[in-house]
Unconditional design. Sequence first.
Lengths: 412, 144
Amino acid sequence: MASVSTPLTFDVKSIRKDFPILNRKVNEKPLVYFDNAATSQTPQQVIAVIVDYYSNYNANIHRGVHALSQEATDAYEQARIKLQKHFNIPNAYQTLFTSGTTHGINIVASGYAEILKQGDEVIVSALEHHSNIVPWQMLCEKTGAVLKVIPMTDSGELDMSAFEELLSNKTKLVFVNHVSNALGTVNPIEFIIEKTHAVGGAVLVDGAQAAPHIKADVQALDVDFYVVSGHKMCGPTGVGMLYGKEKWLDQLPPYQGGGEMIDQVTFEKTTYAGLPHKFEAGTPNICGGIAFGAALDYMNAIGFNTIAAYEHELLEYATEKLKAIDGLRIYGESKEKTAVISFNIEGIHPYDIGTILDKLGVAVRTGHHCAQPIMDFYKIPGTVRASFAFYNTKEEIDVLVAAVERAKNMLS
Amino acid sequence: MIMSSIQEIQQEIVEEFEMFDDWMQRYEYMIELGKSLPLIEEKYKTDEYIIKGCQSKVWVHADLNEDKIEFTADSDAIITKGIIAILIRSFSGQPPQEILDADTSFIDKIGLKEHLSPTRANGLVSMIKQIKLYAIAYQAKAGN
């Protein structure tokens, strides 16, 4: 058996050649792209698939009898199977294409509006992105269900004993991200799923931040819903995936009305199509779906173990270097973390640091990262977030560290 | 002393920024200018005076003083403070109509064009809008 690839055999220089954008300059400086948690860059192998689609077989799917439509349909359905296999989903029809994670969450939330009753309870974690908070707040307003929150600790982890106390036979749904976008914390979703199932509830896991680093097996996790975005995994924007257990997908009503999602339509009654089409009304992002499949092929060819090991090395290197800067505090110090570092420098606004870093060609994210409750917990306006991908290098981290030092000198 | 027109002040700012060769010096100067910002009174540092659309907090207040508007402001971010200081230097002490008629292309000339993009988190566009809204309000008041 071949041994698992280690960072030693990982040739980042040749990987970087796959990403044309990494050659560009920003403000006359070579681009250092550390905003991967917001969106990842696209390798030429995926760009080629997009060009090929529009150059050779652009057509609407699932309805034409002509050759182009057939080719496009085949490619789109093959991409679905790639997603299915990657996440170890039992059936292709449980692998729903969405426009992204937010869309996937909203399909489930709006469906649950028909299922939840007054007094039912739903639990969200304190580490969520707004997209995994707001739909559930809206759901609770509509249904009279009660929203409860799993508190976080100072290290940026979820308090699991508090979570167990929140659980009861009223708990219908728990939603939690696999990895926090603001802090990089890997949450103990196995534990959460097991405990929630024990009281008869279902769990939706937002995998948007985990999927670029961790290959999730939805059957091993026994998770009820898992949602991801293509653009964080070297794919294009505007496409994502929702996995759901068949029993739930059958129960949930369709999200949107339109073409594709119907079986029979008369003005008296419409019957809905089966899965997955029930949730895929209208013309989908065909090219995006096909390119998402190509992005998975690309990442799997490198290997998720290799990616995770190399990124961990980057994380450790950057953590050590950044910590050496006087007055710098890192938020989120869980032992289980993806390659994300959220930090501030004492007395300096994160926005000021981000502005100077941009001038020096370093792209980071500043602000509350759509996770305001976390910022409120730490009583800060936001953080500077550097998030790494497998195509980043230690040399780039050195550039970041020097840029942070320079910004600090200018701003203090 | 004859008050300079908005255009004259803006020209003066442009000339000051032209003395610098690179962005770093320009930013350092802007941070310096931020320190001379006429600070808003603490009692006005409330949500009512906050400018929406900024990643950092920016408060702006305006008073009418002998037909001229005097602005005070503050921000929790130092670069933002510099930007608002430049705007206030150009608009403070001017009659409402002059403020309404003034263009803001000098921002581009001092190498801060990137801050004019509507997606930019510091909300320079929102700051200009707020300053002009104060001018409209005081002009309407004067007309009554």
